[in-house]
Ligand binder design. Structure first.
Ligand SMILES: [Zn+2]
Length: 310
């Protein structure tokens, strides 16, 4: 048995995974990230304990704990996680001391890419790129069947490749990043601002006059119905996602690009629209053998990935 843990900014998902890669028990806890590192670590420990007890599994039967978190992870520490407000968190040592089970830390998007590669839609490829578009954008790279971490362990920051140096401001401090163009929070923000300035239109009906509920799926739906503001905003999303894909295929020539995350899941035809842009712009040998796939494991990809990574 192995335990996989996905520590997100709002919730922590814990799964008990058997030798065949099946999740046989689960737990969900709210993160309450404002409490800081110590209390969250203790909630994780209590969650592990509760799940094992409920499942009638002893600690000795668990060969490993894998923990995935958003942010930069190196070996035994979570160097920096903006969602969790952690810096240099010694999670590996702390979990090992209490549970006496070997613990492994990983970035959540690397884990999701790995999980989709081993158990989901990217199976079979030796060169795989994972792109996860939620509020922001994260990426994972697998070359020759191994996760590529780079020299400092922080490779795969696909969200912060620059697509337009004069473009929108990004939360990373730079401008014109892929994330600033296609990240859900940024895209929603652009439409919300126009609504706050008094814009109405098809989108207003789609959200029943409740801007706080606006998400990327509404913007695509409004674009498909010809809403003026959403058409301008969404066409930009399609174009820039297509350009990001083009850059990645020209640079890396992967067999599979796997796209997941809330924005991809919530959109009806974004992947196909962006594929058109990519194919028009990319060098044709770079896309000839490419499979562009939608992730299918959802949040299970992280738990499965982090339990089986090496
Ligand atoms: Zn950025």
């Amino acid at each position: 048995m192995r335990i996989g843990i996905d520590v997100g900014g709002t919730k922590i998902a814990i799964g008990l995974v058997d030798g065949t890669g099946r999740i046989v028990a689960r737990r969900r806890i709210l993160t309450e990230s404002w409490r800081g590192y110590g209390p969250i670590r203790d909630r994780i420990l209590a969650g592990i304990d509760g799940m094992l007890r409920e499942g009638g599994v002893s600690g000795e039967e668990v060969e490993r704990i894998g923990v995935a978190a958003a942010g930069q992870v190196r070996g035994d520490r979570i160097l920096f996680s903006p969602n969790l407000h952690w810096e240099n968190a010694p999670l590996k040592a702390d979990l090992e001391r209490v549970t006496a089970i070997e613990t492994f830390l990983e970035n959540d998007v690397n884990a999701a890419t790995y999980g989709e590669w081993k158990f989901g839609m990217a199976q079979g490829g030796a060169h795989v790129v994972g792109i996860f578009i939620g509020t922001g954008i994260g990426g994972g790279l697998i070359f020759d069947g191994r996760l590529y971490r780079g020299c400092s362990g922080v490779a795969g920051e696909l969200g912060h490749i620059t697509l337009n140096p004069q473009g929108y401001r990004c939360n990373c401090g730079s401008t014109g990043c892929f994330e600033a163009y296609c990240g859900g929070a940024y895209v929603v923000d652009r439409v919300k601002k126009r609504i706050e300035q008094g814009y109405r239109g098809k989108v207003w009906d789609l959200i029943s006059g409740r801007p706080e509920e606006l998400h990327a799926g509404h913007i695509e739906a409004a674009y498909l119905e010809g809403d003026e503001v959403c058409t301008a905003v969404w066409k930009e999303v399609i174009e820039y996602l297509g350009v990001a894909l083009q850059n990645l295929v020209n640079l890396l020539n992967p067999e599979v690009i796997i796209c997941g995350g809330g924005v991809i899941e919530g959109a009806r035809q974004l992947m196909e629209d962006a594929r058109g842009v990519m194919e028009k712009r990319a060098l044709s040998p770079s896309v000839a053998d490419l499979r562009l796939e939608k992730a299918r494991l959802g949040e299970d990809a992280v738990i499965l990935g982090v339990t089986c990574m090496e």
